[in-house]
Design a protein around this ligand. Sequence first.
Ligand code: ADP
Ligand code: PAZ
Ligand code: K
Length: 257
Amino acid sequence: MLLAIDCGNTNTVFSIWDGTEFIATWRTSTEWQRTADQYYVWLSTLMRFQEIDAVIDEVIISSTVPRVVWNLRVFADRYYNCRPLVVGKADCLLPADPRVDEGTQVGPDRLVNAAGAFDRHGGNLIVVDFGTATTFDVVAEDGAYVGGVIAPGVNLSLEALHSAAAALPHVDITKPQAVIGTNTVACMQSGVFWGYIGLVREICARIKAERGVPMQVISTGGLAPLFQQSEPLFNAFEDDLTIHGLTVIHKYNKDNA
Ligand SMILES: Nc1ncnc2c1ncn2[C@@H]1O[C@H](COP(=O)(O)OP(=O)(O)O)[C@@H](O)[C@H]1O
Ligand SMILES: CC(C)(COP(=O)(O)O)[C@@H](O)C(=O)NCCC(=O)O
Ligand SMILES: [K+]
């Protein structure tokens, strides 16, 4: 079975794909110091706990943190006796090649999002991924990633306020009841939440105008649910988009080996 690993700057998701469905998914924080042995102790314990006796013999990795890839490679090799496919490396084929400026190292998560979203929705898409950063990935008619937008993440924006201003506390994001905050926390949450609604609406409108074709907007990432419920900004919300994209890329590489 396939183990798909999606490593973001904050969290790393491990998912077991049996060829038809994901039989289990677990999340851990991303720490580049974590060793292959630590990954195995963690994963095998969870598998035993949930009575999953899957035999993992293939691994695919997408990582926005280059430093973690080495330990994940050792983990795949030592415990599953396989050479993992790493998105963004030369030997990992993509269903459609990205069309970006020469020399650009596109985040592998964005290439994977494009592949996953194209598989489910066809072309002409904007994928909005609310992770550590908020990324907009533009997918062309043929499924190619053709660029996008990188904005500071929701939590990052709140953290920036806290770390730069002595009187602003650490605050968790939530949807405020009103725009006008009557205390410091509410003011900060309003600035980030409603600011984000405006950011998403404006950027999507401008992308659509620039492309000149009707486009669907798909949301994903840890904080997507917060915005999904709020305003009619998105055509779909898919919390498993990146991990789904990994299975699409894995299959493409097997079929074209
Ligand atoms: N269920 C959740 N509720 C609140 N915050 C979350 C949740 N899941 C993730 N987050 C936060 O959302 C942000 C993005 O998470 P994630 O999509 O996992 O990021 P990345 O892919 O960049 O690692 C992080 O700051 C994380 O702490
Ligand atoms: C923009 C990102 C930091 C987003 O990462 P994430 O929020 O998923 O951790 C990542 O896709 C990245 O490092 N990109 C490289 C630059 C680029 O995509 O053009
Ligand atoms: K992201």
